[in-house]
Design a protein around this ligand. Structure first.
Ligand SMILES: [Zn+2]
Length: 552
């Protein structure tokens, strides 16, 4: 069903590509009778594409393209179905998430008994006394409308330690045996910057820990991923992304193990998306010593930006704001790095030719990050540095004008309005009209991207399109309607803009002759669909480099 391209085959194809001008190449595959939305302004619609050596050879009408057919060419009639360029998720954590999926129960489930059953099933397959681990649990998504308790977890799994991470990653839930293993009892004081929750009625452990209290568990949970595990994780997430129509993704907090995992998976023919691998700034000196910078690699695995972190999170309400959170008059969120720390790491990276991507959610975080970028560019101007603002959630006109002047790229959460609607009330109606501000960015001539931040946000591109076009959550509440964009704009954001954010707009992001043959075939045309039903459009096939990575 799925087949990747090994490094050797890839290098072979590049050598051939260099020798043969496109015009003289013979097509290997023709897709015809399709409704092709090319995202190429010069030729927005087409009916057919010819493909050779992993690239589009020709894009045009049925007759023009079928005229190129030679003997032996494979022809596929797409039956009038819509084809778009493959989606590009410009901020996600796929390699990391793949590893977690290998080892942990996916607790993105809708009731406590269903979560309990999933944990029990994993416990049955786990040797006695070993950890049962879960992730992607969200207390606001279960029908009981209350959080998991220590007794829920003890009842489900009494004889293994159980530990479940919240979807946002800042809190966790555990059973009694896990608390004993972590050395926590009901008299253990809260650590600085952390919390061990207690049942207000009995004073007993509630099962929940937050922020730095997670450290007690980190010390005792054995998560020793081997090199093979890391490769397996990429293989697993590759299949998940291919099913959803994604052909490229940014690893937004990559470490050297991720780069290695990508190379290993690619060599094994298991990598089914093109990875732009950011490097966490803790590894900057090692990278500089090795002479590595942004752009090294090929169109399958490429070194991305250096990653800095300015402030906190939107879903867990620690982003740094100029106006406090609704109903919490003294809570402005937190700054994680100081401006001087960001400047000193950023300067090293900037001088060495790295792109910089800084996590900045709140308006104060974005202002601080822009000040650092402006200073770097003033002191050491570089042509086309494409500074990135990862998330770039809460903005205003002044910040947008500075982004435009700098050529900075925002990567706002694409699925949060739809999926995390219940958390939006903490920001207030007025502020919501300046969050995930795609309308404002596009009107200012800025190129925002599609970005899931998976696991915290779902990665399905159809959910992203619906969220961006309707600004409506899954329960029908509308959040920040002034930032709605059109479906055509949302598709461009999810394809060509993502390619631009990784300096790859000349090789992917649209269906044009010469570009990589990455595309997705949909069950229905999103341009004719009721915007509130976009999420129900099935992904029928995904193609990467001229080969199907998924077929329904
Ligand atoms: Zn992230």
């Amino acid at each position: 069903m799925t087949n990747g391209v090994t490094r050797r085959e890839f290098l072979g194809s590049m050598a051939g590509f260099a020798l043969l001008p496109l015009e003289q190449e013979k097509p290997e595959l023709i897709l015809h009778n399709a409704n092709v939305c090319t995202v190429n302004a010069a030729e927005p619609r087409a009916q057919a594409v010819a493909i050779a050596r992993g690239r589009f050879l020709a894009v045009g009408s049925n007759s023009d393209v079928l005229n190129l057919a030679v003997s032996g060419v494979q022809k596929i009639d797409l039956g009038g179905k819509t084809a778009l360029p493959g989606f590009i998720d410009a901020h996600s954590h796929p390699s990391e998430a793949g590893r977690l999926h290998l080892r942990m129960v996916d607790c993105d489930l809708r009731s406590i008994p269903v979560i309990q059953a999933a944990l029990q099933e994993r416990a049955r397959k786990t040797p006695a006394g070993e950890w049962v681990l879960g992730f992607k649990y969200d207390d606001t998504k279960t029908e009981e409308n209350r959080a998991l308790t220590i007794s829920d977890l003890d009842a489900a799994v009494p004889d293994h330690p159980v530990h479940i991470q919240h979807r946002g990653g800042h809190t966790a839930y555990a059973n009694s045996l896990a608390f004993r293993k972590a050395g926590i009892d009901e008299k253990t004081p809260d650590p600085p910057g952390g919390q061990i929750s207690h049942d207000p009625a009995t004073g007993k452990l509630s099962g929940r820990v937050a922020e730095s209290a997670n450290g007690y568990f980190d010390k005792v949970i054995p998560l020793n991923f081997t090199r093979e595990d890391c490769r397996e994780g990429v293989k697993l997430i590759s299949k998940m992304l291919a099913r959803s129509g994604i052909t490229s993704a940014t690893e937004a907090q990559g470490v050297p193990e991720d780069l290695r995992a990508y190379q290993d998976a690619h060599e094994a023919g298991e990598l089914m998306y093109r990875a732009y691998c950011f490097i966490n700034y803790h590894f900057l000196d090692q990278m500089l010593e090795a002479g590595v910078r942004t752009g090294l690699g090929d169109e399958w695995v490429r070194v991305g930006a250096i990653k800095l972190v300015c402030d906190g999170s939107i879903s867990e309400r620690t982003a740094r704001l100029s106006v406090p959170y609704e109903g919490r008059p003294n809570d402005y969120g937190i700054l994680v790095m100081t401006e001087e720390e960001m400047y000193s790491a950023g300067r090293k990276a900037h001088l060495a030719g790295w792109q910089i991507g800084t996590h900045a959610n709140g308006d104060v975080g974005i202002d601080t990050t822009l000040r650092v970028y402006e200073r770097l560019q003033r002191e050491s101007p570089r042509r086309d540095p494409r500074f990135r603002l990862e998330h770039c959630t809460v903005v205003n006109d002044e910040l947008i004008a500075r982004m435009k002047a700098l050529g900075a790229i925002p990567t706002p959460f694409s699925t949060y309005v739809y999926y995390h609607g219940e958390k939006m009330r903490y920001y207030g109606a007025d502020r919501l009209n300046h969050m995930f501000a795609l309308r404002s960015f596009i009107d200012a001539g800025i190129r925002p991207t599609q970005a899931s931040d998976y696991p915290p946000g779902p990665f399905e591109p159809m959910m992203a399109l619906q969220s961006e076009v309707t600004r409506t959550d899954s329960k029908g509440n509308v959040w920040g309607p002034k930032q709605r964009i059109t479906i055509e704009e949302a598709i461009r954001v999810g394809t060509l803009h993502g390619a631009y954010a990784s300096y790859e707009e000349n090789i992917k992001g649209s269906i044009e002759a010469g570009k990589l043959a990455d595309l997705v075939v949909l069950g229905r045309d999103p341009l004719r669909e009721n915007p509130s039903n976009l999420i129900t459009i099935p992904i029928e096939r995904t193609m990467i480099g001229g080969r199907w990575s998924f077929e329904a």
